[in-house]
Design a protein around this ligand. Structure first.
Ligand code: URA
Length: 500
């Protein structure tokens, strides 16, 4: 049998191999007839290959005898497999490509030795990517002489020694993660460069650079202070952080002494008195710094109240919201309008009803002939509740606990403004104002009084403008919007001083 020697660069990714493999498959050259070699690899050193070009030339001189197709799943597997550094990878990939011609379901045969080997190699590549994502440490490149910091993106440099040819695989991860800085990652298997616009991968091997940005001490302090002596598991640490990565990880110098001192530190910690956790959240810190006169439970005016609401940590919503959105409007407003909670735009602007629902409310008030400036607008819950979907913040209804935590603020707003009419928009403020017993479907569009004599306050329950937005245009949307405007028109009775 004629044998063909096909030689590839060690860094060769999928494409160069694919060209050669396609030529061989089209000429029905069986796997046993090909020696896949790596340029500069062991066999070369012993001088057995003299002319790299020979094998491919001889092979392509033969006539094409068949057409070759590979399924997308097979191409994906081979592409992943060829990132491995095993010198046998090209031969294994060709054997699979050859065998799959006769058995299209080969990839599903879990007991097949070639497929098992390929899958193990793919998994090893993934592990290598994972280790690179976890153990790579960037150092900042200092400014060059004469260079200005202003307007220049920060530049970082890292050195890593991957086991396999994974740079092209992992590059998008780093550009997504560190998109706002320029960086270069150097490795013995090539480099990746990112300048905020594009990624450049090069297979050219690099030398380890001098990496010292003066932050080593800071990093050591950070690592040592976050090292938990009570959770030292040396076996698991070794498994997760194999020795070959240690030499490039600055913190590994500290690990032996941290591990050695762990038991003693745990004993000291156990003997220490309990201390409150440091107030790391800006709103907790702000509350600690609130002037003593603002500390009493009941605010004296709307400004005091706003200062307190802004430092509220009574429920977890304050952690994810940008800020508390306090009420807005004249301190002597005769009408108070209570919405559900700030939306995305209100959360960013720090003002109620400035987003799409606020716009609808604004237009409807105009149609009803009511001056928005005369109203005090607020919400039952002062922080925005949302869930993340990608980068979008999707509104979520507040729960009873959030409403209850915010109720004291709403009660104080009512006590300070003493409105004649309180309009609730939607079910959440209805529950906050009147308790859980009242159903929106029973009271929508109706009004009633609460309290007696000069303490009597009118209540009016209307739909929430977001609900109207969701209904959109069409028969139901139009008639509900009309109903909303008619409801708002009743506010006119209260805006002039003679109103009830
Ligand atoms: N929806 C509300 O309930 N309140 C706002 O402030 C904005 C939208």
């Amino acid at each position: 049998m004629t044998r063909y020697v096909l030689t590839l660069e060690d860094s060769a990714a999928f494409e160069p191999w694919r060209e050669m493999a396609r030529a061989a498959l089209q000429r029905a050259i069986p796997p046993e007839a090909i020696d896949w070699r790596i340029r500069g690899g062991e066999t070369d050193l012993f001088g057995q290959i003299t002319d790299d070009g020979d094998g491919l030339e001889a092979l392509t001189a033969l006539p094409v005898v068949k057409t070759v197709t590979l399924r997308a799943s097979c191409i994906a597997l081979l592409r992943d497999l060829l990132c491995h550094s095993d010198p046998g990878r090209f031969a294994l990939a060709y054997r699979i490509a050859w065998r799959v011609q006769g058995n299209p379901h080969l990839l599903e045969v879990v007991t097949d030795a070639d497929i098992t080997r390929a899958r193990i190699m793919v998994r090893q590549n993934r592990e290598d990517c994972h280790k690179m994502a976890s153990f790579l440490r960037f150092r900042e490149e200092p400014l060059q002489q004469g260079e200005e910091q202003d307007g220049r993106r920060r530049r970082f440099l890292a050195w890593f020694e991957p086991q396999h040819h994974i740079l092209e695989r992992i590059a998008p991860f780093f550009s997504r993660r560190f998109t706002d800085m320029d960086w270069v990652i150097l490795t013995p298997r090539g480099s990746i460069r990112w300048d905020g616009k594009g990624l450049v991968c090069s297979p050219e091997p690099c030398k380890r650079p001098e990496l010292d940005d003066g932050f080593g001490e800071l990093w050591d302090t950070y690592y040592a202070s976050t090292f938990n002596p009570a959770r030292v598991r040396t076996k698991a640490m070794r498994r997760e952080m194999p020795g070959r990565y240690w030499k490039n990880l600055p913190e590994t110098r500290l690990i032996p002494q941290l591990v050695a001192g762990a038991e003693a530190r745990v004993r000291t910690m156990a003997e220490q008195e309990l201390r409150p956790a440091p107030a790391f959240h800006e709103r907790l810190r702000a509350r600690e710094q609130l002037p003593a006169e603002l500390m009493p439970d009941v605010a004296e005016n709307l400004e005091d109240l706003a200062a307190r609401v802004r430092t509220c940590t009574a429920c977890p919503l304050h952690c994810s919201a940008t800020q508390a959105v306090v009420g807005e409007g004249p301190a002597d407003a005769r009408i108070m309008v209570v919405g559900e909670q700030p939306g995305d735009q209100e959360d960013l602007a720090g003002r109620p009803f400035v987003g799409p629902a606020g716009q609808l409310l604004h237009e409807a008030l105009g149609e009803a002939g009511v001056d928005r400036g005369a109203l005090y607008l607020t919400n039952a819950v002062k922080h925005f509740r949302f869930r993340l979907q990608g980068r979008r913040r999707i509104h979520q209804n507040p729960e009873a606990g959030h409403v209850a935590a915010c109720r004291p603020w709403l009660e104080q707003e009512i006590a300070l403004i003493r409105p004649k009419l309180i309009v609730s928009l939607g079910a959440t403020p209805l529950r906050a104002l009147d308790g859980p017993g009242m159903a929106m479907s029973d009271v929508r569009g109706t009004s009633w009084t609460v309290g007696r004599g000069e303490n009597a306050v009118w209540r009016l329950a209307l739909a929430h403008p977001s609900w109207l937005l969701r209904l959109g245009e069409g028969a139901q949307g139009d008639s509900e919007r009309q109903r909303f405007v008619e409801g708002l028109a009743r506010l006119r009775d209260f805006t002039d001083q003679s109103g009830s």
